[in-house]
Write a protein that binds this ligand. Sequence first.
Ligand code: NDP
Length: 384
Amino acid sequence: MAKVLCVLYDDPVDGYPTDYARDGLPVLERYPDGQTLPTPTATDFTPGALLGSVSGELGLRAFLEAQGHELVVTSDKDGTDSEFDRHLADAEVVISQPFWPAYLTAERIAKAPNLKLALTAGIGSDHVDLEAAISNGITVAEVTYCNSISVAEHVVMMILSLVRNYLPSHEWVRRGGWNIADCVSRSYDLEGMDVGTVAAGRIGLAVLRRLAPFDVRLHYTDRHRLPAEVERELGLTFHASTEDMVPHCDVVTINAPLHPETMNLFDERLLATMRRGAYLINTARGLIVDRDAVVRALESGRLAGYAGDVWYPQPAPPDHPWRAMPHHGMTPHISGSTLSAQARYAAGTREILEAHFAGTPIRDEYLIVDAGKLAGTGAHSYST
Ligand code: NDP
């Protein structure tokens, strides 16, 4: 019987919720490209409940224990003497969410001889050393599409928040003020601006579709070009590279995975080519941008605003410079962990576990690494 080691974020500081703001969730049948939602044989949770924190256990305990497996759930993941490290030695499956990533480095993988499956309850498996997974025969899988639309909504929210100067204006209200001039002296309309996405995959394309009705000029760059009819429908301008695209944009949103091609892509040099007063939104991964160069670009006015929810490392330390930099709209890593998304990725996690324990194939679209090489979605979107 297997040990399943599941790393989740902490429960709310006020304790695990006993009731919720809304009753239930809308029922979705399919994702926008026709892919079906997760299809486990059953689930043991109420959609809309908090599943991603320790007490939520992704709704997995009854299912795993009924099969005789051991489930260990912890939020203690960092340092060499963490609970995660102690259980890793004999774990067969590690489950982790990108919001609270259990970094599966090559060193940790070397200490996990039984590890067969690294499962990302979410999207983005860059917290796993994919080279080490490949050379150790570990399957890496994620719940593709589970929270892509959740993130796309967050991106649109953050673009509007920055351009309209929403957060500082809200702060004036909380402080008892009515300081209209203070609020509007950094507030613009999005209409007519040039907005570009780095990558037009599931999230990037969903952002483009959601922004089209705002009468903006849309741009994108990607390794694979979108079908001509999509480009026509949305009025897209394609650019061969990020470097080609960013000088033409007032707003840039990053929606590519973190891999060697995108690591530190937005460095000092690239940021210097952006329009003065551009806005940069990064909900992809913190390491795609140069942390300190972003701070300097905000201080100099090259960037008028920066927002996103991804940092490095996670959790970000209290003195991380992005907490205090000017004109930012950062949140903790939350965009892909709405209660809506949690129901989908908890079900997808169970679907993948059912396949793993039954010895049946995991859906190709969920695979990042399998049988010693990049596979499925991983073969399409990642590089080693
Ligand atoms: P997809 O796999 O659908 O899309 C990724 C896209 O990135 C693909 O179109 C891929 O191109 C493209 N791409 C890869 N490398 C480059 C590059 N060097 N330059 C330009 N484009 C590139 O994934 P999603 O859209 O669902 O998710 C994207 C990323 O967003 C995830 O990998 C993850 O890091 C992040 N994410 C963040 C979340 C959050 O909560 N903040 C939640 C979910 C995801 P192609 O395949 O055409 O080669």
